[in-house]
Design a protein. Structure first.
Length: 147
């Protein structure tokens, strides 16, 4: 069910190829994560649960993905090579039809959590991610969107 960026052709970004390969009507998740191993593991875990997943490794790729396709949820690391997931969440919160987003970070001080919520994230989870907590937050958000 999950798409991958394999088979990208010259002149076409990996994100565009991944989005184009989404064919099922299940929930679509944008995973913004710059560490390849973490992204691969998270993508697999989400796909096993039936989600269509597009992985963006940077702020620029995430913004591109959001312009080309619609998503039901975004999971985003906060520290990205070209900016902050906080900036991405702020961008999303200024658009109509706000996309729910969950921050995933290696830091969880009260200031980190507060900054995430103020930027527009609905939750702040720490790495390594507690999968049961992730499922609980995702289920709450996605059930609310379907209603």
């Amino acid at each position: 069910m999950c798409c991958s960026a394999k088979g990208a052709t010259a002149g076409v970004s990996a994100v565009a190829v991944a989005i184009d390969s989404l064919t099922t009507p299940s929930c679509r998740v944008l995973l913004v994560e710059d560490h390849p191993d973490t992204a691969m593991l998270m993508r697999r875990v989400l796909a096993r649960r039936g989600y269509d997943v597009v992985v963006a490794a940077s702020l620029a790729e995430a913004r591109e993905a959001l312009q080309i396709a619609s998503f039901d949820l975004m999971l985003s690391d906060l520290k990205l090579p070209d900016g902050s997931g906080l900036d991405l969440a702020r961008d999303l919160s200024t658009h109509s039809g706000k996309l729910p987003a969950i921050a995933i970070s290696g830091h969880a001080t009260p200031d980190d959590v507060r900054a995430s919520i103020e930027a527009g994230f609905i939750a702040h989870l720490t790495k390594p991610v507690d999968i049961d907590k992730l499922w609980a937050v995702m289920d709450r958000v996605l059930v609310g969107r379907a209603a």
